[in-house]
Design a binder for this molecule. Structure first.
Ligand SMILES: Nc1ncnc2c1ncn2[C@@H]1O[C@H](COP(=O)(O)OP(=O)(O)OP(=O)(O)O)[C@@H](O)[C@H]1O
Length: 542
């Protein structure tokens, strides 16, 4: 009896891209996660587009292309009558077509030959590696017939062309200074090769100074692009988000100073994590992983995400997803002053120093609780102002160690469940997390809980609210500033200043700040993520 070949014949791209022209080697790959679970459409009843014989992993296979999947099973010799065929049925493997991102003719090439002997077709596809992580892989379909391969190649190309949500041209903004200055290497070694395989055109700008991405996106021609990609950390990503939304307001003729209902960003944004913290990429993909982020872009996985505006009474300060005021702001200010340290050192140093100098802010915090009634949400979706006609504002006063206002969960290595685990990317609300003044040991206990499975909010000095709008007014600041002109945001932190950490961007505001949530204001490349309740923590400083 012939030996049955089991398991996947798919090889990861990283392992064998150079071998694309060699005959199908069959390196063993972990069990067929890419083909696990029933595909959306069962094989039976699906219209067959093509059927043919290819060698896959050195076994002759009967290959069927239908509208949703490519399936194959080894061709077995005819068995004596009465022998069970049940186990044969189990051998079918498949790839859903929605996971394929490129198809190429596979040729044996020597250096001198441009068009070597045809060997078959190579499919490039995306598979789910582990929770939230994606991986690129290849499948070789070997058949030496030019005509046979040509028919299949054309049909597969046609199917791929039908995925109209996938980008064909991208504007790339790369911060060469991110983290330990490895963003350029990350891009050219891991990202660009995949974009090339997917046939995506790119236009790369390497940013030269802080604010470069912002000034470039104000003016540059974006019509030819289907999306913008930022390669860097949270500071860079936050700058690009702000720039894209400012640009959208400008294009729509909205006065940037007084934006009540901003218009949506015109292009989707992809974030390739290459920075020190990567909270944004982590929150949008469930993991800070370069290949996962790249594959979400290539596959055109798009999710609308809520965005906040941060304003004084006279002007818009920033578009962003999350902010911390108090301990979180001071920690960032300290870390920014010590950029010469390594990223982990600087983070740990800043946390320890901010804890040593722990001091509460005397504030008034007013907030509009989230009203989930369908009526109100529909009004909001239509752009009608709602806060003006509701009289539900609440106020808390006192001394606070930290105030977090977060429209996204803010997943990161030190808080794998998120700094705001109860909010979602586009649930139309923000989490307001208030930590009242308490002793240093109690505050540290609270911080430590972010890295454990225990509830970090289960302390008498912590309050959480689900809100739509928040106003934060530092009290000892009220006489000095009236929140009007002159209350310009500063760039450097001083002892008496009020640093805000907005998505890792340091902003000093000498007045009250009004935070408003705008549902689904920007499209991000990514998908909704699985919960990360049992992930490991990587902060040792507490
Ligand atoms: N060429 C450059 N030189 C100096 N700064 C730059 C340059 N290009 C961009 N920047 C700025 O560097 C800041 C920080 O970059 P980024 O966020 O990418 O890296 P990071 O600080 O290592 O990561 P994280 O913000 O996740 O901690 C951003 O605010 C960005 O505007």
């Amino acid at each position: 009896m012939p030996r049955r070949r089991r398991g996947s014949r798919v090889s990861a791209l990283e392992d064998c891209r150079e071998d694309a022209a060699a005959p199908a080697a069959a390196p063993p790959v972990p069990s067929a996660t890419w083909a696990s679970g029933a595909p959306q459409a069962a094989a039976a009843g699906e219209p067959v587009l093509l059927r043919g014989i290819f060698e896959i992993g050195r076994a002759s296979c009967d290959v069927v292309l239908s509208e949703r999947a490519l399936r194959w099973r080894p061709i077995e010799p005819v068995r004596p009558e009465g022998e069970s065929k049940l186990d044969l049925m189990c051998d079918e493997e498949f790839i859903e077509l929605k996971n394929i991102f490129s198809v190429k003719l596979k040729r044996r090439c020597s250096i001198k030959q441009r068009d070597g002997t045809l060997l078959g077709i190579t499919l490039f596809f995306c598979l789910k590696k582990e929770r939230n992580k994606l991986k690129d892989a290849i499948l070789d379909l070997i058949n030496l017939s030019e005509d046979h391969c040509d028919v299949w190649f054309r049909q597969l190309k046609k199917i791929l062309a039908g995925f109209s949500n996938r980008p064909q041209s991208l504007k790339i903004l790369l911060n060469p200074q991110s983290h330990k200055k490895e963003a350029t290497q990350v891009y050219y070694e891991k990202v660009e090769p995949l974009l090339k395989i997917a046939g995506i055109k790119t236009d790369v700008t390497i940013t030269e100074y802080e604010g470069h991405a912002l000034s470039l996106l104000k003016e540059c021609e974006l019509q030819e692009f289907d999306g913008v990609v930022c390669v860097g950390g949270d500071g860079s990503a936050s700058e690009v988000v702000h720039a894209l939304l400012l640009r959208a307001q400008k294009n729509a003729g909205v006065e940037a100073g007084r934006i009540l209902t901003p218009v949506r960003a015109e292009l989707p944004l992809g974030i390739i994590p290459a920075g020190s913290t990567n909270i944004l990429a982590h929150s949008f993909h469930g993991v800070a992983h370069v290949v996962t982020a790249t594959l979400h872009i290539i596959m055109g996985h798009i999710q609308p995400v809520d965005v906040c505006t941060f304003s004084t009474s006279s002007k818009l300060l920033r578009f962003g997803f999350s902010a911390m005021f108090g301990f979180g702001g001071r920690t960032l200010a300290l870390a920014e002053k010590h950029r010469w340290m390594s990223p982990n050192q600087r983070r740990d140093f800043a946390i320890v120093k901010a804890l040593a100098k722990l001091k509460p802010e005397d504030c008034d915090i007013s907030f509009l609780p989230f009203n989930s009634s369908q009526d109100l949400q529909e009004k909001k979706a239509q752009g009608s102002p709602t806060s003006a006609c509701t009289d539900q504002w609440q106020m808390v006063q006192g001394q606070f160690l930290n105030i977090s206002i977060m429209a996204i969960p803010c997943l990161c290595s030190v808080a794998p469940r998120g700094l705001a685990p109860n909010t979602r990317l586009n649930n139309g609300s923000m989490d307001l997390i208030i930590v009242r003044n308490t002793s240093r040991p109690e505050f540290i206990k609270h911080l430590k809980r972010y890295g454990s499975v225990k509830n970090q909010f289960n302390f008498p000095f912590v309050e959480t609210y689900t809100v739509e709008e928040v106003k934060v007014q530092p009290r000892n600041n009220m006489s000095k500033y009236n929140g009007e002109a002159g209350a310009e945001p500063q760039e450097t932190a001083s002892e008496d200043s009020f640093p805000w950490n907005i998505d890792g961007y340091l902003l000093e505001v000498a007045s009250d700040v009004h935070v408003r949530l705008h549902p689904r204001l920007i499209n991000l490349y990514g998908v909704s993520v699985e919960d990360m309740n049992d992930s490991k923590v990587t902060c040792n400083c507490l």
